[in-house]
Design a protein. Sequence first.
Lengths: 500, 500, 500, 500
Amino acid sequence: MTPDHSTFPAPVYKDTVLAPLFDGVKRHHWRYQMQINFAHAVMLAEQGLLSAEEVRQILGALAGIIDGLDLDRLVYTGEHEDFFYWVEAELKAAIGPDVAGRLHTGRSRNDMDHTVFKLALKDRLAAFRDQLATLVETLITVAERDAGTIIVAYTHGQPAQPSTFGHYLGALIEVLLRDLERIEEAHRTVDLSSMGAAAITTTGFPLNRERMAELLGFSAVQENSYGCIAACDYVSAPYAAMKLVFLHLGRFVQDLGQWTGFETGQLYVPNAFVQVSSIMPQKRNPVPIEHLRLMASLACGRCETILSTLHNTPFTDMNDSEGEVQAAGYEAFETGARLVTLLTGLIAAVQVDPVRVRRNIEAACITVTELADTLVRVEGLPFRIAHEVAGGLAKAMIAAGEGPSTVGFAKFQALFQHAAGRAATLDEAAFRQALTPEHFVAVRGLTGGPAPAALAASLSRYRARIAAERDRQVAHAVQATEAAEHLAASVQLWRAGSAA
Amino acid sequence: MTPDHSTFPAPVYKDTVLAPLFDGVKRHHWRYQMQINFAHAVMLAEQGLLSAEEVRQILGALAGIIDGLDLDRLVYTGEHEDFFYWVEAELKAAIGPDVAGRLHTGRSRNDMDHTVFKLALKDRLAAFRDQLATLVETLITVAERDAGTIIVAYTHGQPAQPSTFGHYLGALIEVLLRDLERIEEAHRTVDLSSMGAAAITTTGFPLNRERMAELLGFSAVQENSYGCIAACDYVSAPYAAMKLVFLHLGRFVQDLGQWTGFETGQLYVPNAFVQVSSIMPQKRNPVPIEHLRLMASLACGRCETILSTLHNTPFTDMNDSEGEVQAAGYEAFETGARLVTLLTGLIAAVQVDPVRVRRNIEAACITVTELADTLVRVEGLPFRIAHEVAGGLAKAMIAAGEGPSTVGFAKFQALFQHAAGRAATLDEAAFRQALTPEHFVAVRGLTGGPAPAALAASLSRYRARIAAERDRQVAHAVQATEAAEHLAASVQLWRAGSAA
Amino acid sequence: MTPDHSTFPAPVYKDTVLAPLFDGVKRHHWRYQMQINFAHAVMLAEQGLLSAEEVRQILGALAGIIDGLDLDRLVYTGEHEDFFYWVEAELKAAIGPDVAGRLHTGRSRNDMDHTVFKLALKDRLAAFRDQLATLVETLITVAERDAGTIIVAYTHGQPAQPSTFGHYLGALIEVLLRDLERIEEAHRTVDLSSMGAAAITTTGFPLNRERMAELLGFSAVQENSYGCIAACDYVSAPYAAMKLVFLHLGRFVQDLGQWTGFETGQLYVPNAFVQVSSIMPQKRNPVPIEHLRLMASLACGRCETILSTLHNTPFTDMNDSEGEVQAAGYEAFETGARLVTLLTGLIAAVQVDPVRVRRNIEAACITVTELADTLVRVEGLPFRIAHEVAGGLAKAMIAAGEGPSTVGFAKFQALFQHAAGRAATLDEAAFRQALTPEHFVAVRGLTGGPAPAALAASLSRYRARIAAERDRQVAHAVQATEAAEHLAASVQLWRAGSAA
Amino acid sequence: MTPDHSTFPAPVYKDTVLAPLFDGVKRHHWRYQMQINFAHAVMLAEQGLLSAEEVRQILGALAGIIDGLDLDRLVYTGEHEDFFYWVEAELKAAIGPDVAGRLHTGRSRNDMDHTVFKLALKDRLAAFRDQLATLVETLITVAERDAGTIIVAYTHGQPAQPSTFGHYLGALIEVLLRDLERIEEAHRTVDLSSMGAAAITTTGFPLNRERMAELLGFSAVQENSYGCIAACDYVSAPYAAMKLVFLHLGRFVQDLGQWTGFETGQLYVPNAFVQVSSIMPQKRNPVPIEHLRLMASLACGRCETILSTLHNTPFTDMNDSEGEVQAAGYEAFETGARLVTLLTGLIAAVQVDPVRVRRNIEAACITVTELADTLVRVEGLPFRIAHEVAGGLAKAMIAAGEGPSTVGFAKFQALFQHAAGRAATLDEAAFRQALTPEHFVAVRGLTGGPAPAALAASLSRYRARIAAERDRQVAHAVQATEAAEHLAASVQLWRAGSAA
């Protein structure tokens, strides 16, 4: 081999990796690093591993670094490997290398980095949950308003039965409530402090891992110290959970696409969300729906991209080089925030078009199922006979271009007579009622059905569940705030020399 | 348009879809369909929607169908659209169309299909959890046995610090315990009955949805009836959770690959798992590790494939056509079962090679970190000075081809003197001890560290957590068994005419 | 370590890997292995590495193995590691170990396996291309038949302009023609023999790699011998190319879904492809479209699964363990075959519904664009004014519930007068013609447009291109057949002792 | 419904979609839009659809817009829907609405957008191909330099046979050459102009599509006009091809990881690329390799994300809303550029460590295969006997801690005598030579083997193939430059009034 006279960093490495990483820390992570520095200093002092004077100097110097920080002017030069070393250099310059060096007692960039990433994820998850809860609350509000608004419900992409807009939205609301519970589950994996794991195996110094968790607002420590810096399911868990949200929302958006199609027209999108053509004034393009669809796909893909980076990473090979991956993950939150916000705005603005709904119901004769059921219940017909009557009527309606509200009663009577061998007892008013969508909905009152009382009960339960989610969000926020205040107070005491 | 004289099914549709679907029902689903038929009949009778005589006839005919079923001879002909219609035809033949038709009161293929799929998923999830729990228990047993077995721990793919095999496995154990909790979370989404949703909106007949859930062994009903047949997060949730298991296991398998590499040799794979070459007797290929890796990738991909089918399915367009997708999902369970079983067998069989571990520790001087810490703690040196001494010693060892157990004490003394300006108080025995991996491990006793007491406490907690998982598994099994027994007893009573 | 008294194979390894792999060879690969055995023996004899007598014995024994093969009875026992070793054992039993052993001169399971997999992929690619070409030919035939059949063309999911069904299908035809070219490109990567690479580095024996390629029907050798057994882009290339076919077809299927929706109804699906409901005779569910959609998604996912297995496989770590991955890939072909076959059958059977098309054109006023263009060309109006007239007319039509064929001419005249400050020269016939879809289409005769001559020219070019694809397919088939015949003849000569 | 008094755009839509899209156009696309404006004006004039005076005014105004453009000050306000409308408004302000309006003759945002995206992709593909070709050229240069540098070649992750670094790199070079051909194939799909397709169906105005293609530097028009704005395989094709590059490079990077591991140490990474630890001076972390791995995964994921957006987009529903998707795709190019550039720099800097290679060869006895082959060729032994001798020797070496260069000749002689029943004719020098890696390599001279002449021939062919790729790159660049110059000249002539 030729002798190696090269020095770190190679310019190509600096340009393609180190400088972009440094910019990423400036953009996303530096505050969390400093938060850990403060907490670690306090904990060391509490454990007697820093003297009162040492901790006073260190905390003062840290505060000074923040005060003097000018991110715009702080350009990566390659002199310091990364932001961590830049801070260390600043500390040394301020208070001398010996005292400055003591801050790093019993820790490593490994546990610091993963703790930084967890803090960053917790903040992003909190923001996303807030956005998602707002969407759910908006959906519930719309569902309450439109609890009785008739729509056509589809299966196989074809009109199938009447329901109400509120009932339809209830299906999505339940999915999102479960999505939020899944995110809470994922949050529990993120909410475990890695501090104290040091490089891999903890340290021989008597640190207090539980105290660090408390000062940083974590619920607990992540136990196994190797796992703290290698397991990385705190990454896979939230992105897998988020991905499902985007997958599910993308499906709903495709419904919106069908429902707002010109020929279907079940849902009216107001002008504020419609792009028009200068030459085709009849053409109303609800383009936001397409944007929602592609944003959902992009957000899904961005989550999956993060999962895929773990696929070829050996278990014990996850380390501080991961800033780029974390930042790539934040793009999923960015896209997801726009998606959820736009959908919230849109869903609050759209209206069911009752004229089109009626027209489609009439054309598709989708209430005839209930007529058959009625004949079973009221006339005591066997199902087979009842279906024969209802089916025959539907065929006759379609052949004659009639609908449930216009078909002649005599046609029904004749079909009934022929099939049942006797006259129907049902009079025309009852017959006509049996074919209205309102009646169809009204009698479907089992748990989870669209009938008014059933739906009201459901919506009330959704209100309770989203309120519980809001409680969880508040609890997390309180935990973070109290920890921050507690840390600030502790810093203050140690800086003032009054902690002992 | 030319007139349509075609009749269902087109031969190409029969060959490419209907016949394969029918075979899928025979293979995976028919028992669940029959279970639902029994439960639905019982519930209808309890609700007064079937007379005692009607339910007696129906239950008898259903039992007769099962008795007469010969799956090998039951070939799809196209005469009946699917298995459901084949059963209906058999029922009609047995007890006449009017009574037979009453079984379908207030239900639809939509709610039946999704309930079938949920029952099938619950059984597969239960089996998978059992396999996974066995792996965890095996890992804990190995970790207990090897709680003190020294290994080299890696970061960046490079030897970094000593730890123990038990401690290393603890990291994986924690991940898998969280994976199991995530699957339990997903199970809750699957464990909700769709019955009573009928086609979309429930029904006007006074069914008892909660009773159906109970008879089928579900914890509760899935509330919104549209969601029951459209939401399909009972599909996305478990496959997303399973995928993470395979992603995480694949990472661990990559560690095994590195550790069993000829040059590293930290882990010995016994002959029973090694494929040899006829010409290179020294070549020991631990091929099962490669198979584990590819099985993990395939299982991941199979889960993701199922998620992807939902991506372009509008929210309200999920229906009985999904048998092929469900069957594709079961392939993930099949591959996953082989993966977990093989890994369980392998991990119980491998052994840490202590000779290679010592050699690698010596060569890589990975205990020197602790010497520096010792100098801080015992000699009261500032970190900077302690590191200078330890670093200098490491450089000297490598230059001289020495390791921590062979390096001369005088070298240390000289370096100390030079850096600290005084002689070290540490004697040779203490110096030598500070460089052993056993000492390195012994002093790392923070929560989650490898020191004996810390690790024992961790392993004890893992035992408790996997026991809790076993309790959950048992609870699910009991729920299923009791429901089946309760259903069988109810069927018996109604068939005997003694239910009223 | 405890002493290792274990023997290969561990039962768990046999059950989870070796036995399933053996079954995979029986199902997919054994003929290719034997083909290689024959070709290798012939080549060795030609190179003077086997004597005439040796090759006679070997070829005879190989033929005897095939004659005696009973796959149903051939069950994996663990006695032989795999099918290769089973063949070797049979050979040894037949002609003694020394002569039998000579067959393996200069080769390894590595080059054999990858050559087997390439032969298997070539056959599957050929079959898939044939299916796809049949689809393209069917699309061209339908496009020719419906070259003048008016449809509504959509953008943003909304009706936008008239076109013809033939023109619309032309867009898909072009995509599929490019897809086929992409598969041909991928085929070139598969069509390179790995034989002669031996384990990694070729061999010191004077084999003839080019001759092996010829005898096996490959176009050439894959050059670098390490690449022959490690590169595996012969796997990634075809599955990536196939995946795009499924991605693209899935998009088309979603169009079919929209077009056959009840409210749009532009495309009529005949009864042979429609599943009906016993209670809603008006409900026609074109369920095959949903199956096509999910089959496209599954096929996509299956291709991607294969790509993902490569993601965590180091470059030089690809080897004979890959039978399971290959078999998983064949599932993509199986699903893809059903998808393409069903789509071919469906597209030949559907019809544009002219009544619904007219109704939708009238309702959406989508011909009004051409009126504006006409006013520019015929009346010499500036665009702005022409659009004002046409836009005003569209608004008036919609307000009055009129369409292009019924709107009053006077309305147009008044709008023209008001906007242009003069009377229009266009008479009513010309005005009315400017609003017909037939006129709209007829004037759009640029390259690639729907006007009759332009479309006929396009379709003629597509015919030429699919004919060229068929020529390529024939060339590949001839290459395979001629190689097989040539190999059989060579075997015959050497067995007869007349080759020298 | 309540009356709709809303006006476009809704603030939430502006904030989440329109403003980000506008910023995307400013960042990525505005120049291409203007290029199309110039070309379209020239073509319209050539076709007589604009008068000399009209085109002069339009071209002047377009030039004025560019001259006055201040991207920093150009902030999205919602006044104009998008950049296109902003340009139109500027044009109208400059030369009046009637003349300004004529520029849009026979075109639409649909064909413009897809043409913009294709121009942008072509530029990015050209840059990426240049980066990739530089990597290939660097690999060839290193391979030429290290054509004779012995390495250990691995299979199953275990040392298997000696080869040379040049030979190993040849395997990757071939993959990348095929990758480049695949990108050229994809380029052909991108290199087709959509202009003239207008909204969907071309136009009734006599445009010249071929001329537009020429003026914009496309090789041809994309034929079917619906396909021009809907097919979007110009998106799927390049991203699928790029993804394979990243997949393949990621595999190679994993080899680098193994080869630079401390225990293997086959490849030396110079200090310029190594991050060190302050406490463990022996620890050399080649962290760039981990960054390469994660960048390859991210780039893969970013390509796949783009493919996934197409998955739920109906065929005819692809339109101008796609700016966000295109911009997301450019991230794959950005990550890919850093990946390829860093890998190029790294591969030029690493060196094979001959000391470690020898040590590993000795330890693993990987030359013994050739001894067996030698005994077959020189001593005329049957394979079985030759393998018995060589295998016995290997076992004896390992038991005695010897290697091929140190094992006693007498041991060989005794084993030979015992197995063959006679003394070996091979003398010690020949025996010793048969076990050297140099001899092992030298005799492996089949096509694609590592022997000097064979490898030199391969490398020479690679040189020719990358030169051919460079020729293709130059041809594409010349095509683009000439088209730009031709367009500029045409613009000049029309502005000067001298075009007629």
